[in-house]
Design a protein around this ligand. Sequence first.
Ligand SMILES: *Cc1c(COP(=O)(O)O)cnc(C)c1O
Length: 470
Amino acid sequence: MELVEESQASAALRALPSVDEVLRSEAADEWLAHLPRNRVADLVRDAIAELRVQVLSGLPAWEITPLDEVKAHVDRTVRLLRRNSLRPVINASGVILHTNLGRAPLSSLAIQAVIETSGKYTNLEYDLGTGARGKRDMHCGRLLENLLGAPAIVVNNNAAAIFLALHELARDGEVIVSRGELVEIGDGFRIPDILEASGATLREVGATNRTRAEDYRRAIGPETKALLRIHPSNFRQIGFTGKPSLVELVELARSKSIPLIEDLGSGCLVDLNQEGIEDEPPVRESLDAGAGIVTFSGDKLLGGPQAGIIAGDSGLVARIRRNPLFRALRVDKLTLAALEATLRSYLADREDEIPALGLMRVPASHINSRAKRLARRLAMLRVPDIEVVASESLLGGGSTPMHSLPSTAVAITPPEGMTAQGLEVKLRSDDPAVVARIEKNRLLLDLRTVFETEEDALLAAVVRAMGQSG
Ligand SMILES: *Cc1c(COP(=O)(O)O)cnc(C)c1O
């Protein structure tokens, strides 16, 4: 028995083509049109080696010839290598700041700034006035100071911002933080892990649901370097809860001559009360109340590129700026270009130019008419079982989990022999990929997060997924 298997395996091994044989095939011409010969030869060699492993582990049940099997293998790899892995997707999920979908889409002004500066030399660290070395901080520094009323610096993201602030201000000491604020933000990112990596020791106070100023006061000792307040982000407690006001904590920190550091998470620069969003305090509010340092993200409610902003007391910000790790966490010219342009929209009071805020403010009635129009067009292309349904969009990015925005979705009931999951996979595998939501075995396309310029592509993708031409 074993002998038979062995001879079958060696026969299968003998049937594997040689590298030359594959390279002589017609399929190779197509690969060689895109990649140099030595790279293609490597891919062929890898494919043959992989098939050899399959043979030896008793796997091969090829339905095509070994040569075709190798060709198909190389074909797949060449296609993957030729195509950008990072590419645009149509966000029909209704989540505006979707972390998995790259959070905030940039404004056209920000994109323009990136285009203008990225292919050329810039004055990134060159002072055009004096002809001497300058600091990259100046490009956004002035705008931020203007908007926030306090000096600010920019690092890679908010995690880096809070890490750097603690590393400078509380390393080898204690930071007092409420137990109820030590949350996991998502994808295994736990605030306490970042905080402790800074070299500061966390001293947790209060109960999970309630913390009083007195709890902080009692915990302050000779080792205490700062008080820390963290925006609860995507986590909300309801019921019997409580925490001290910002002002109480500021006063306590002042009386002990230690700074209050506040991680605001989203970093909202405008008042969103009109949008019904009440638990995203504007950054200025914290600074005006006297927080020593605040940190926040550039790509959440601010609507810019991935970045972390550290703002506050000029002496403290200057200390953090001098920390050697600032160099390791600094941002590049593309980020600065996009952030500066985004901030300029705020300065001009033209926040609607910023897609994250613009999408949030699109009236529900407008989304509803767009959904109806899309449904009509789909019906005209004979896509069956289309319905227009009420939907709830979310801010996402850890902002205001309790608050949703009224929206409208096009709901598609999968045809016979297809499931909503199957339909979802088809749309997600298309180009451009469409990210949709499934609810009660129907596929929902929430139009709040679909740009009007994407509607034709969305329509075409749905028609393809439903297996119809048109
Ligand atoms: C999102 C968030 C962070 C992390 O911000 P990044 O910019 O993603 O690094 C930290 N703290 C809070 C409270 C947040 O909401």
